[in-house]
Design a binder for this molecule. Sequence first.
Ligand code: PEP
Ligand code: MG
Length: 578
Amino acid sequence: MARARTIHGTSVSPGLAIGPVHVVRAAPDAVPTWSVAEVDVGGEIERLRRAVAVASEELLRRQHLVARESSERDAQIFAVHRMILADAGATKEVEDTIRGERVNAETAVHQLIGRLEQTLRGLEGNSVRSYSADLADPWREVLQALLNVAQAFPQGSQEKVVLAAAVLTPQVVTAVERGRLLGVVAEVGGRFSHAAVLARAFGIPCVVGLPGLLTRLEQGMVISVDGGRGVVELRPDADQVVEFHQRRSRLEARRASLSEQADLPAQTADGVRKGVLVNIESVHDFDIFDVLQSDGVGLLRTEFLYMERPQFPSEDEQFRMYRRVLERMAPKPLTLRTLDIGGDKRLSYFQTPHEVNPALGWRGIRVSLQWQDLLRVQLRAALRAGFGNELRLLLPMVGGLEEIEAVHEIFGGVRDGLIDQGFEVERDTPVGIMVEVPSVLFALDRIAPHVDFLSVGTNDLVQYILAVDRDNPWVAKLYEPLHPAVVRALANIAQVANAARKPCSVCGDMADDPATALLLFGMGFDSVSVAPYFLPEIKSALRRTKLADMRQLAVDALAQSSVEGVKRVLSSIRESLA
Ligand code: PEP
Ligand code: MG
């Protein structure tokens, strides 16, 4: 009997997609070593040459990206990296290792990187050391290409694909340019993991919870993805394809009509003004939403701007990036979150120690306060760009007042320094914190007077309240934003913020859901900030509901003792929104 071709999983990001699948195999952490038989040496060298070509193409792609997003000057580093790869001497060295030691190309490249690092590590001077990094970096790209050989794309292909992977990771979601990405499916993955956040930010359908999926796929097989329902169809037949296109037309028509109304103000049915803002990661996000429909950017995740580069962006480079996003948003506010690396958000050029428990480790503001020069450069760039614009600064992963005071001191020094140097800066730039570490919750009444606004990062807050790693697919089922403990924590945050007269918002992804957004407004939050895809739907839900009904929703949800109970309460309002 043929196995069912319809597979039910868990919805991560809504939308409908159909197209050829491309299986992405994650690169292993360690470099695998094996010996190569004499007859295979030629093939191994050919594999190396192909990987050098792939890496060179990838560097060219990044060069164009940075030139487009920043400047030709910033993009030059990639041109230098490509020249290094074009040097026949180094390639010959690697080929000699393959031939002489009869090892695989990965091992030979790995050895070359080690030698390059070793030679220049001992030398004095920053510029020499950074030159050493420049020499080794392009070869890391070759190593990556070799490790990814199973997933290599036909270079230069413009084909749009649905990506499939064993585990949903940020690397999978960014494996091809956004314009070519139709959807993502994975055997396992967290609904609120950083990879899921990216899928929603890109507005592409994504489904996880599909055990055994990869064994049933072949490269290029056509599949359809219903992100909202969490359904994947393998090799849909002609009737199913017709039905799929009909459903997609209906969805597009609905989104178009919601979008028309999204120009109207974000207010309740009885005229109470609320805020609906967007979360963005890059200047490209402006292509997928209408600035006029939002009340501003509630969260700019600056770490993604850092992640796209081969080294730390300079102050001027950051200044230009921030200016571009501020100007695109003007006169509406833009909330710039300082660098939030750590956990699974890593920078290829910033080696950090291995952590057994990274979610509880070196993350967010902890990194910025330890490496204060990073923070200073970012603040200088932000303050310079903020002049004449509505800039707000947001601090991630704050755990207590001491960190806020430390940032204020650095901030004051940076401001004075800029003024002394003749830069124009705003007199007051609001500084707020992410509420995502439980210690802040219990001390919020003491902390609130020291900040200008609060923004709740529920993606992290939920993982810390429930002790469920948001990025660990094995506990994904336990990650439940509608847990009564979370609901009570959120209501409490809104209450304390309101009493302290501090604006409070939710920028975690749970606010993407219209019924949940209404619950948050009913609790007393002033605004929500969501991935652009969800903006029209949230505004429509808000405009159709009276504040009193949202408040009642909050009262009913708070009376529940189980996740099921809270979901039942929300389903009542969900029906009225359908
Ligand atoms: C959050 O934690 O909810 C949040 C908005 O930040 P991030 O997802 O980037 O950690
Ligand atoms: Mg967070």
